[in-house]
Design a protein around this ligand. Structure first.
Ligand SMILES: *Cc1c(COP(=O)(O)O)cnc(C)c1O
Length: 347
């Protein structure tokens, strides 16, 4: 099966497993795990922050940041398709008691002007924002890359109004691979930022959240509270370190494959796709359902029979994501399978 459903579908390579098996370990929550400590130092450096902590998942990093920066009743501003708003099971409300103010932008991004327009009257009747969140790259924005200047303007406006800034960097390194801009530059205006090791980087588990030393100390209290403190976590941190050493530079290959996939799909009858919009490893496309006589779910099912997995988002929309375990030849096979399914039409 060629699995384009998500970049979380990667499996650790033999070499990564070996690095994990040989990891030096200790008690993570006592800061005695040398591999976790090394990963945190390396992540903090990469992201240009004083300190970092290791968490089991990216979602936990978002939850820790929101709970650290906000008090119950505060408002968190994000784009309305942001992961924290749509895919974290109401965590911001349940874990931090905050209101989400999910504003409408373009492809998962908003401008400083849009942010300014979202501020409510400074009046005790209105909830007041304390945190602004951005997502680099924007997943439901089609893996779109926020321009650096836009990130900087948004952060500057937030800070001018006394708000904190948080970057969900699940795929931050994909943005870096696409533009050549460093992670620390993208994250410079953001008080907290994290990267995921279990997406395109191909590690099985883990994410690192970074910020000031004081922020990380406070976030650690919440991590402890949520049961995120671990023991010999160096076993998994070693996979993440291996990924930073071996799987970052190759992200450009995923992007080239996504562009090839998009160009190939766009040329097929019944597919609606602007191939030029593909900036990283995510390809959203729509089907001309009326013309084809079947919908995106049916397309996905028929494709799976031919050994290719692409998930349907709704009746018309599908998302394909390239990653470590999808080769250039796999993309060609995927395009052949898609062409075969689309050639069948209704019936
Ligand atoms: C996957 C993802 C997360 C959550 O990360 P997990 O490691 O799956 O918990 C958060 N934000 C974005 C944009 C993501 O794509």
């Amino acid at each position: 099966m060629i699995d384009l459903a998500s970049d979380v579908k990667t499996r650790p390579t033999a070499a990564m497993r070996e690095a994990m098996a040989n990891a030096e370990v200790g008690d993570e929550q006592a800061f005695e795990d040398p591999t976790v400590n090394a990963l945190c130092e390396r992540s903090a450096r990469l992201l240009g922050k004083e300190a970092a902590l290791f968490a089991p998942s990216g979602a936990m990093c978002n939850q820790l940041a929101i709970a650290t920066w906000c008090r119950p009743g505060d408002e968190v501003i994000c784009e309305h398709t942001a992961h924290i708003a749509v895919y974290e099971a109401g965590g911001p409300a349940a874990n931090a008691g905050v209101m989400m103010h999910a504003i409408h932008g373009e492809r998962g991004q908003f401008t400083a002007a849009r942010l300014r327009a979202s501020f409510r009257a400074k009046w005790r009747h209105c909830p007041q924002p304390t945190l602004v969140c951005v997502e680099q790259t924007a997943n439901l924005g089609g893996g779109s890359v926020w321009p650096l200047a836009q990130l900087t303007e948004v952060a500057a406006l937030a800070h001018e109004h006394g708000l904190r800034t948080h970057m969900d960097g699940a795929r931050l390194l994909n943005a870096c691979a696409a533009t050549g801009i460093s992670a620390r530059d993208y994250a410079a205006g953001y008080d907290s930022v994290w990267i995921d090791f279990s997406k395109g980087l191909g590690a099985p588990i883990g994410a690192c959240l970074a910020g000031s030393r004081e922020f990380i100390e406070r976030a650690w209290v919440i991590k402890q509270r949520l049961g995120g403190a671990m023991r010999q976590a160096g076993i998994v941190a070693a996979g993440a370190l291996y990924a930073l050493d071996h799987h970052v530079e190759r992200l450009v290959e995923d992007h080239a494959r996504a562009r090839r996939l998009a160009a190939g799909l766009a040329a097929l009858p019944g597919v609606l796709l602007d191939a030029a919009s593909v900036q990283t490893n995510i390809v959203f496309f729509e089907l001309d359902v009326a013309g084809l006589g079947f919908d995106a779910h049916e397309f996905s099912r028929r494709l799976a029979v031919l050994g290719v997995r692409i998930g349907a988002f709704d009746d018309r929309t599908l998302r394909a994501v390239t990653h470590l375990d999808v080769s250039a030849a796999d993309i060609e096979r995927c395009l052949e399978a898609a062409a075969a399914v689309l050639a069948t039409r209704a019936g």
